[in-house]
Structures are given as C-alpha cells and as structure tokens.
Design a protein around this ligand. Sequence first.
Ligand code: CO
Length: 133
Amino acid sequence: MILTEIDHVAIAVNDLEQAINYYEEAFGAKVHHREVVESDGVEEALIKVADSYIQLTAATRADSPIAKHLTKRGEGLHHIGYRVDDCQAALDAMILAGATAIDKAPRPGSRGTTVAFMHPKGSLGTLIELVQE
Ligand code: CO
C-alpha cells in the first residue's frame, strides 16, 4: 500500500476568516498552520485532526484554481491529499494505473512538502494530491 495516511481534506471557501471562525465555534478548532501559496493563488489554514488536517482554502486571485472552483461549484470539498513516502513513485504508479497527472513531476507544496496533483478524470471524479512530507 503506497498511501500512508490521509494528509488533508481540502475545502474551498469564499472567506477564510469566516470559515476559520466557523470551525472554531463549531468544533473548538485551532489553526495549526497558515500559509499563502502564491504560485497556486491560494491562502490556506490548516486545522489538525489527529495526524491529518482539514485545509480551508481560499483564492488570493481571480485566476487561481480555487477561484475557478468557487465560481463553478461554490464552496465545498475541493481535493483529498494522500500522504505517501515517495511522491515520484506514487505518481508513476498512478499513471501506470491509468490516472491523468496534472503535475508531470513532483513539485513544492505548502509546509515544505513535495506534491503532485492528479486530475479527477481518471481518478473516480476526485482531485487527488499526493503529499510527501
Ligand atoms: Co492540498
């Protein structure tokens, strides 16, 4: 089994502060990490749940993938991050199994991770992010 944990569940939100407030009020959640990923046009707030995260994700510019998702589908589940030991090996295995890579090679993600995104077409309608810590 190549997947070692669920790294994070990413939820696209319109207003990051409002989303954080909701998770604080509803669940007593605390933000573990916050980061702007300029290359992806996103700002994310990570809420730790055991060894996984809920990643509340907002757009920082109109042409970011999150902005497009929000326009098309509104707020909600955006992608699932699967933790792996070796991002390149996991990417190769997925492509062999018929998946479509968005990232042809692993690249830097938030928190100093190495990531690769796989298109929902070819992965049962789920946008998958492979995450190597
Ligand atoms: Co992610």
